[in-house]
Design a binder for this molecule. Structure first.
Ligand SMILES: Cc1cc2nc3c(=O)[nH]c(=O)nc-3n(C[C@H](O)[C@H](O)[C@H](O)COP(=O)(O)OP(=O)(O)OC[C@H]3O[C@@H](n4cnc5c(N)ncnc54)[C@H](O)[C@@H]3O)c2cc1C
Length: 425
C-alpha cells in the first residue's frame, strides 16, 4: 500500500469539506479532499436549499456568491406567518449599506460549484471515488487515514484530519465517537415544483404554528421547493399520498400559493425520522465540521450555512498555526471553544422546539411583538437568519422592548392592517 503526505486531509466533498479545503489550500497548505462518490456532479438530495444570510460572507470570501448568481441562485429573505399575522422580511443592510440576504440555490447546482472551486484551488488534491477504511493513529492522535477504491488502497498521513463527512460521519464512528442525540417529534414532506404562483411577492415564505411549519422557497430555474413539517402523529394519514397531503395542507394556509398549474419536477421526499445529533468538534486531534459535528432540525434551514461557517472557523484557526506559530492543539482547542460559543445556544433552542408541539411564552411574546413593530421584526429576522445569536435575541433589552410593544398595542391587527407585513427592503 502506498503512502502520501499532506498537511491536511479533509474527508467529505460537500459544503463543509469543500469550504475547508478551499480556504486551507489558499493558505498555502497541501490538502487532500476525499469524496467517496465518483461523479463530480453528485449532490445532496435531502435538502430544501435555503442558505441563511449568516453564511453569505463565507460564500463571498470563497468567490462562490458570483457563481451562485450566474447559476440562477435567488437572493432570499423570508416572510413568516405566525399565529399573530405576517412578519415581513426586515433583514436590513450590511455595514456598506447593501441589503442583507441569503441564497436559494438547488444543491444539484451548488454542490458541483463548491467542488469545482475546491478542485481548482492550488494545493488541493481532489480524490473522488475513495472511501475511508481506517484511521492511522500515532501517540494517541489521529494522524492520517487509510482509503480504498475498488481493489486499490492508499494511506494518507497528515498533521490534521478533518471530518466533513456528514450527519452519519463514518470518521467519527471509526474514532469511536458516539453522537449525542435529542428527539425530533416532526416529519417532513417536500417537493420541487414549477409554476407555483406566489401570492405575496417573490420572497420565501414560512407558515409557523406551534406544531407545524410549511414553506415555499423560490429557487433557480423557476423551481419552487414546497415543504410541510408536521407532528409524527399525522404521518400515517400521509402514507402513499405524500404529494396530495402536502398540497392539501398548503391550500388551507393564509395567502396560500396557487398550485393549480404547478408541476412536479423531481421526487417528492418524506423524512420520517431526523433526531438532532451532535458530537465534540475535536476528537484526538481530528476536527469535525458541518453536519459531522452538528446535524439538527432542518425546520430552521441552518445546516448548510453552519457547514460553511464551521469550516471557515476551523480554517481561520489553522491559519494561526501557520502565521502565529501556535501549536496545532492550541488552535484546535480555540476552534472547539468558538464552535461551542457560536452554535451551542442555537442547538439548545432548536432541540427544545423539536421536542415540543406548541409555542412557549417567550416565542409568543417575540412573534406577537414582531408582527406589530418593525424594529422587533428586524430583530427577529436577524436571529432567524442566524446573524445574531440567542443571547442577543433574548437579551433583557429585547425582551423588555417586546413586552412594551405588546402593552402599547395588545391586538395585532385592530383595523385589519399589519405594521410589519410589508417588506422594508
Ligand atoms: C430534509 C432536509 C432539509 C434540509 N434543508 C436545509 C435547508 O433548507 N437549509 C439548510 O441550511 N440546511 C438544510 N438541511 C441540512 C443540510 O442539508 C446539511 O446541514 C448540509 O448538507 C451539511 O453539509 P455537510 O457538508 O456538513 O455534509 P453533507 O452535505 O452531508 O456532505 C457530506 C459529504 O461527505 C461524503 N462522505 C460521507 N462519508 C464519506 C466517506 N466515508 N468517505 C468519503 N466521503 C464521504 C458524502 O458523500 C458527502 O459528499 C436539510 C436537511 C434535511 C434532511
Amino acid at each position: 500500500m502506498s503512502t502520501q503526505e499532506f498537511d491536511v486531509v479533509v474527508v467529505g466533498g460537500s459544503l463543509a469539506g469543500c469550504t475547508a479545503a478551499t480556504l486551507l489550500g489558499r493558505k498555502g497548505l497541501k490538502v487532500a479532499l476525499i469524496e467517496h462518490h465518483v461523479q463530480d456532479d453528485n449532490y445532496k438530495h435531502l435538502c430544501t436549499h435555503f442558505i441563511q444570510a449568516s453564511a453569505v460572507p463565507v460564500l463571498q470570501r470563497l468567490g462562490v456568491d458570483r457563481l451562485i448568481e450566474e447559476a440562477g441562485g435567488v437572493r432570499n429573505s423570508i416572510e413568516i406567518h405566525t399565529p399573530y399575522g405576517w412578519v415581513g422580511h426586515h433583514l436590513g443592510v450590511d455595514q456598506d449599506g447593501r441589503p442583507l440576504h441569503g441564497y436559494n440555490i438547488r444543491r444539484s447546482r451548488l454542490d458541483p460549484i463548491m467542488r469545482d472551486t475546491a478542485s481548482a484551488t492550488q494545493g488541493v488534491t481532489m480524490m473522488s471515488g475513495w472511501s475511508t477504511k481506517s484511521l492511522v493513529e500515532q501517540g494517541g492522535r489521529i494522524a492520517g487515514i487509510r482509503l480504498a477504491s475498488g481493489d486499490r488502497q492508499i494511506t494518507l498521513r497528515s498533521r490534521l484530519v478533518v471530518a466533513a463527512d456528514g450527519r452519519n460521519s463514518p470518521l467519527a464512528t471509526l474514532a469511536g465517537v458516539k453522537a449525542k442525540s435529542a428527539p425530533n417529534r416532526r416529519f417532513a414532506i417536500f417537493a420541487p415544483m414549477r409554476h407555483v404562483d406566489l401570492r405575496r411577492g417573490s420572497a420565501s415564505q414560512m407558515w409557523l404554528t406551534g406544531s407545524e411549519a410549511a414553506y415555499i422557497f423560490p429557487n433557480d430555474d423557476d423551481v419552487t421547493v414546497v415543504a410541510w413539517i408536521s407532528p409524527k402523529e399525522n404521518l400515517d394519514a400521509c402514507r402513499g399520498r405524500a404529494l396530495e397531503a402536502l398540497i392539501e395542507h398548503l391550500r388551507g394556509l393564509p395567502d396560500a400559493p396557487q398550485l393549480q398549474n404547478a408541476e412536479l419536477v423531481d421526487q417528492v421526499l418524506t423524512v420520517k425520522e431526523y433526531p438532532n445529533l451532535w458530537r465534540p468538534p475535536v476528537v484526538r486531534g481530528m476536527a469535525l465540521v458541518g453536519d459531522s459535528a452538528m446535524s439538527i432540525d432542518y425546520l430552521w434551514g441552518t445546516g448548510c450555512g453552519w457547514a460553511l461557517q464551521s469550516a471557515e472557523l476551523l480554517s481561520d484557526n489553522i491559519d494561526a498555526v501557520v502565521k502565529q506559530d501556535i501549536g496545532l492543539d492550541v488552535a484546535l482547542r480555540r476552534y472547539q471553544r468558538q464552535h461551542m460559543r457560536m452554535f451551542a445556544g442555537h442547538r439548545f433552542l432548536i432541540n427544545d422546539f423539536a421536542n415540543r408541539l406548541s409555542l412557549n411564552a417567550i416565542e409568543k411574546l417575540m412573534f406577537s411583538a414582531a408582527v406589530k413593530d418593525v424594529r422587533m421584526a428586524r430583530h427577529m429576522a436577524r436571529f432567524v437568519a442566524r446573524i445574531d445569536g440567542p443571547m442577543k435575541f433574548l437579551s433583557p433589552a429585547a425582551l423588555l422592548q417586546a413586552i412594551w410593544t405588546n402593552l402599547r398595542q395588545p391586538v395585532a391587527n385592530p383595523d385589519g392592517t399589519r405594521s410589519c407585513d410589508a417588506p422594508l427592503i
